[in-house]
Design a protein around this ligand. Sequence first.
Ligand code: TMP
Length: 227
Amino acid sequence: MTFEGLDGTGKSTQLRKLAEVLRRAGHKVVETREPGGTVTGEKIRRLLLDSKTEGLSPPAEMALMFAARAQHIAEVIQPALDRGQIVVCDRFSDSTEAYQGYGRRLGSEKVLTLHRILCGNLQPDLTILLDSNPAISLGRARRRNQAATARIAGGPNQGAAKHSSDENRFEQQNRVFFARVHEGYRAIASRERQRIMVIDARGTPSETHRQILEAVERKLKLLSGVS
Ligand code: TMP
């Protein structure tokens, strides 16, 4: 199962809440994220998200996303699925299609082809797409990352600040970029109606959580017995 959406839509919070409910229902759940999820993947994440990484070409950016993902599938996702566990992943290949395919204008075809070649075309059983107003969610993401960067800079180890990574590189893109990413997500959702549930994330976190539980129950029937 995967969570998708623009930065700042509350994905990580909602993923944690859902994982808790699934565990209470007796399932073994692996919570993970992309880019990242393995030691190598987290190194690639630092490189990709650090605003000090300059001049990365769009194809190189896409290749790094897939390198992290291929490692993640081999090391974490496939073994967990083989053990019968539920994997809940914060972002997956739909992010590459929305951000690199649409946002960076590389096109869907390249992303889908690389997904087939490098990821064995592994598809989630269900994708929750948190849909929100791009301006609102982006404002949230930027405030959060600036606060985190300020904590790094003002921390006890200030001398190390210039070597520490922030996660601002994508948030620094402009409104037009995020409008394209948003359009990309909508296009993917209408192509993949069976797999992707679009959830309106403009309400309170608990309203969004309730809608997610309904979608998960409707689609996967995983929650019987949980009140
Ligand atoms: P997040 O984990 O905080 O959502 O940040 C990850 C950032 O990386 C986010 O801005 C979206 C971006 N991203 C891509 O551009 N392509 C991808 O394939 C993935 C997984 C993430």
